[in-house]
Design a binder for this molecule. Structure first.
Ligand code: UDP
Ligand code: MG
Length: 317
């Protein structure tokens, strides 16, 4: 019988402590369904500066089903996921973090769901955010509210990147060659039927998270810029509002002067208005600048990542 294959893509940045644990845990789970499906691991070393690459070399020499790619520097998780998708040969492709925050025990269930052919993707959602600083959870929740108002692409609150997709969906993702990759948006953009599995938040087994509030804020802005053009209209809307406001102010001042002979007084109010309006103008220019800089980077057509070393022979990268 023709055996299906699952490719598990694992972006890794400084994961020397977690990688072997991850492999051991996941293989143990996959052992349960080994009669039905073959597994290949695509480990992507995203320019780690610890011993992650050595661990990958070792794992791949001991296990035939482990493929690794190593970048020439840190290109970010988005780039690592893309490289993994390109290298994957499976009928189904999964993305998982190396830190076991994505429970491998869900994989057999996800596989069974896709085998029913009703869904094209099984995604996962954290229903709790325990172990996370409250301010981070609060900001994350605000972000999802804002982006879902601003963008037509649906982004699910608490959705992880951990998911299993059909080959068709992965090919659709690979057909999006954009440089500024925001995968939560890309997954939403390509559509397809997604079933969501929910689970409680799990803490990292080892190592540290690579995110801080500042990085998350920038990431959130990238997401908005990549999947909504609404902020660009803010300038136009504010322009109209201020024109209306100034028109009313002019009428009030003229009437006051004519009817009551009131002299026009006070430079403090003038200064405040000037400061306020220049602030608004700079803010709008900033928004345009943000889009322009993304367009600039997009138009350069730089490679999204550069592979320095791999044990995969059959594919052109
Ligand atoms: N990661 C990566 N490149 C980066 C940052 C992170 O490949 O520049 C990987 C990291 O090794 C992990 C996954 O992306 O497997 C998620 O990172 P992390 O656990 O730090 O994020 P969190 O789970 O805290 O959101
Ligand atoms: Mg993590």
């Amino acid at each position: 019988m023709f055996m299906k294959k699952i490719s598990i893509v694992v972006p890794c940045y400084n994961e020397e402590e977690s990688l072997e644990l991850f492999y051991r845990e996941t293989s143990k789970v996959m052992e349960e369904i080994k009669k039905k499906v073959e597994v290949e691991y695509i480990l992507v070393n995203d320019g780690s500066n610890d011993k992650t690459l050595q661990k990958m070399r070792k794992l791949s020499s001991e296990n035939k089903n482990v493929i690794y790619l190593s970048f020439s520097r840190n290109f970010g998780k988005e780039a690592a996921m893309l490289a993994g998708f390109k290298a994957a040969n499976g009928d189904y492709v999964a993305v998982m973090d190396a830190d076991l925050q994505d429970p491998p025990k869900l994989l057999p269930e996800m596989f069974e769901i896709l085998e029913q052919k009703e869904y094209d993707c099984v995604g996962t959602r954290r229903v709790t955010r325990t172990g996370e600083p409250p301010i981070r959870s609060f900001l994350a929740r605000c972000f999802y509210k804002i982006i879902n108002k601003l963008s037509k692409v649906e982004m699910v609150d608490g959705a992880r990147d951990f998911r299993l997709m059909t080959r068709q969906m992965v090919d659709a993702i690979l057909a999006m060659p954009e440089y500024n990759r925001y995968s939560k948006g890309i997954f939403g953009f390509v559509g397809f039927e997604t079933k969501w599995l929910e689970y409680e938040n799990v803490k990292r087994v080892a190592g540290e998270t690579k995110w801080n509030i500042w990085k998350l804020l920038l990431y959130a802005m990238d997401g908005i810029i990549a999947f909504s053009t609404v902020p660009l209209n803010i300038a136009a809307i504010l322009g109209v509002l201020f024109c209306l406001g100034s028109f009313i102010a002019i009428l009030v001042i003229i009437t006051k002067t004519i009817c009551f002979g009131d002299p026009v007084g006070g430079w403090p109010s003038m200064v405040c208005i000037m400061f306020f309006l220049s602030g608004v103008q700079l803010f709008c220019t900033g928004i345009i600048g943000a889009y322009l800089s993304k367009t600039y980077l997009e138009s350069k057509k730089r490679p999204i990542y550069i592979v320095k070393e791999t044990n995969q022979k059959s594919r052109v990268l």
